[in-house]
Design a protein around this ligand. Structure first.
Ligand SMILES: Nc1ncnc2c1ncn2[C@@H]1O[C@H](COP(=O)(O)OP(=O)(O)OP(=O)(O)O)[C@@H](O)[C@H]1O
Ligand SMILES: [Mg+2]
Length: 246
């Protein structure tokens, strides 16, 4: 593996009930880049993300995250990866600060209080630090979830539809933050269904039926599909795939 590569996996596969939901996926993401992960509902994005961070064991395939083997070094990977799940995974009956403090305890951070304060400030959560998470609006919840997955200072972020259901202004702010994190050297793999977010990524990977149908910059994918724009490219790609695999 090149030292410049944060994610480098090949042939990643997972079957459920005899059906391949992730089918020989190859994925390479350079360090410090934002890679958008796109594909229709049920195409295998979440399953792939869970295999990358060691939460799910692949049936086949191999590779590394941050130079660590995804099969043998899953524990070490988890300590260096921030995973934001598709659904809000924090405690609704704890405040913002209590949620962050709880995560900091799980990671056994030595300087817990300072890390919690830094996360509160970074995501502009301070003014509502004592509000129960369950009473926050969607945009605030997502910022809290991002703060929670940054608290142990990961080198790789796996964000699974982090802005689903969030208003446009909050989405833009969230993406400004993601870009800032990438500028600081953190690698980001982010799944999304929004085209305005896809075009903000350095690279894209598009999957359908568990298979990678296109990879590259937005411009490369549009040109290769002979499409007018990214959305058109994805519609064409999935249409062709339907003829081949469905
Ligand atoms: N634990 C499981 N048992 C059986 N089938 C599963 C399981 N997890 C996922 N699947 C199936 O695998 C396929 C891929 O699911 P996955 O959640 O990875 O898709 P996705 O691309 O993240 O979709 P979405 O955009 O809706 O989040 C789906 O058909 C799903 O029903
Ligand atoms: Mg998903």
């Amino acid at each position: 593996m090149s030292v410049d590569t944060a994610i480098d996996v090949r042939g990643l596969s997972k079957r459920y009930g005899g059906r391949a939901v992730v089918d020989r996926v190859d994925l390479q993401v350079p360090l410090g880049r934002i890679c958008g992960f796109l594909g229709p509902n049920g195409s295998g994005k979440t399953t792939t993300i869970r295999m990358l961070c060691g939460l799910l064991t692949p049936d086949a395939g191999s590779g590394s995250c941050l130079g660590l083997d995804i099969l043998r070094e899953a524990r070490a990977i988890k300590r260096q990866v921030g995973y934001m799940t598709q659904r809000f995974g924090l405690y609704e009956d704890l405040s913002i600060r209590q949620n962050l403090d709880f995560i900091a305890r799980l990671f056994e951070l030595p300087n817990r209080r300072a890390e919690v304060d830094a996360a509160l400030e970074r995501l502009r959560l301070g003014e509502r630090r004592d509000q129960l998470a369950g009473t926050l609006s969607g945009g605030w919840k997502q910022r809290l979830a991002l703060a929670a997955c940054l608290i142990h200072r990961p080198r790789l972020l796996l964000l699974d539809e982090p802005t689903a259901g969030v208003d446009p202004k909050a989405r833009r702010e969230f993406w400004d933050e993601i870009r800032q994190l990438a500028d600081e050297g953190i690698t980001v793999l982010v799944s999304t269904h929004y085209m305005d977010e896809a075009v903000r990524c350095d690279r894209l990977c598009y999957i359908a039926y568990g298979r990678v149908l296109a990879e590259g910059s937005a411009a490369e994918i549009v040109a290769e599909a002979g499409a007018s724009d990214l959305e058109d490219a994805f519609v064409r790609l999935v249409g062709r795939a339907q003829d081949n695999f469905a």
